[in-house]
Design a protein around this ligand. Structure first.
Ligand SMILES: [Zn+2]
Length: 288
């Protein structure tokens, strides 16, 4: 049986501005921890954000470089959630009115990994974008043996989120997408896109389904990857893992499949003390 892989990427890109997204604290990698902060990026009561014009310009420039539609009107929203590295307990982001929509990233032959350049399945492919929006980065946690330290220097750094359509079909195409995008961002001088410094980070959504099935398989998200070859390796692992589970599932009788759960939910047996196949992530597993 052949399987189809569907991948969508969310790429976070730190912009190369001198100051943060909503305050005048400097953006500088490697500075002494917690020295580039102020009441705004620490979320102290009464502090009010003032937008960084240069970050707005760079995001629009990125949108133009990638052929996006630029919104005549956009807004920012508060995304409320608690996380130790986010001092305000909300992130200022864009929800329903992003700065840029649509657009494409062309996958050039030389952007593919060297060992895959002679075997490109879809030459001259273009990956379409859903949107590019502007938000602020969170602080950075450092985990020590018995404690965790938080450096708020990064909190409030301007961050673009670039979201693709789910139309990448292999780990090699994901590699080529990120290599092409990185080059465009560097040439456009909107980001240094240095993945070792966390200036470009990637979340991957991947699902695998049998070729005969039209409905997408269950989506698995791999978050916060910080190297292009790491993205390729993680996706290749997930393709193998999901394909294997589909193959294993074929050995079980279809009548034993009693339910579907969403990926993040816990498995549960529908009937206790009976051998039952429960589907999770739409892939049946054996449950005793
Ligand atoms: Zn600040």
């Amino acid at each position: 049986m052949n399987y189809v892989t569907t991948i969508g990427l969310e790429v976070h890109v730190q912009l190369k501005t001198r100051s943060k997204m909503f305050c005048s604290s400097p953006v500088e990698f490697g500075a002494e921890p917690n020295t580039h902060t102020c009441p705004v990026c620490l979320g102290l009561p009464g502090a009010l954000p003032v937008m960084n014009h240069e970050a707005l310009r760079m995001t629009v420039l990125t949108g133009l470089m990638l052929g996006c539609d630029i919104a005549p009107l956009c807004k920012f929203d508060r995304k409320n959630y608690f996380y130790p590295d986010m001092p305000k307990n909300y992130q200022i982001s864009q929800y329903d009115m992003p700065l840029c929509t649509n657009g494409v990233v062309p996958l050039h032959d030389l952007a593919y990994p060297k060992d895959a350049q002679k075997n490109i399945v879809t030459p001259d492919k273009e990956v379409h974008l859903v949107r590019i929006h502007l938000e602020e980065d969170v602080a950075k946690s450092f985990h020590f043996e018995n404690s965790t330290g938080i450096d708020f220097n990064r909190a409030g750094t301007p961050l673009m989120e670039i979201v693709t359509q789910p139309e990448i079909n292999s780990p090699e195409e994901a590699f080529a997408f990120l290599a092409s995008l990185k080059q465009i961002l560097i040439y456009g001088a909107v980001s240094d896109a240095d993945m070792e410094k966390g200036q470009l980070r990637c979340d991957c959504n991947i699902s695998v389904r049998p070729e005969s099935q039209t409905e997408l398989g269950a989506k698995i998200e791999i978050k916060n990857l910080n190297s292009i070859s790491g993205v390729r390796r993680a996706l290749a692992y997930e393709v193998r893992r999901q394909s294997l589970r589909w193959r294993m599932a074929k050995h079980f009788s279809k009548r034993h499949v009693v339910g579907m759960t969403q990926p993040a939910k816990r498995f549960s047996c529908a009937q206790k003390n009976s051998r039952m196949i429960i589907a999770t992530s739409r892939i049946p597993i054996l449950c005793r």
